[in-house]
Design a protein around this ligand. Sequence first.
Ligand SMILES: [Zn+2]
Ligand SMILES: [Zn+2]
Length: 156
Amino acid sequence: MTFLINALAFLLSFLLMEAVAWLTHKYVMHGLLWFLHDDHHYKDHFGFWEKNDFFFLIFALPGILLMLLGSLHHFDVRFWMGTGIAVYGMAYFFVHDLFIHQRLPVLKQTNNIYLRAVRKAHKMHHKHLGKEDGECFGMLWVPMKYFKEAKASKKS
Ligand SMILES: [Zn+2]
Ligand SMILES: [Zn+2]
């Protein structure tokens, strides 16, 4: 039973983070904290780091806190909630920063439909250079039309 609850806590936390990321991106990063996110929308920024990277620190905090608390209490459900948040953060970093923005050259020529769709959707987000009128604020959840596009353009 405990295993089931922990597994569910992990999964729900991971899934919930996509909703949290979407909401935060749309209403906070493109709102009050735009000054931390704006350099991610400019074409030319120098160096490897962006102000936008601060959000990784902000999002990492609840995950670390929950894992710490849980680990002090026989790795209870809080530990697995924290792990779900942390794994989402890693997935976000891999897909968004490494794969889509190629901060390291990974999977550049991929033919995978999901990866192509996720990249196209986020490129649509970056078509907008300003704070207002954005689209595709989510990350791992991809609107169906990009799947269809990716499927249609897939090289066989
Ligand atoms: Zn944005
Ligand atoms: Zn981006």
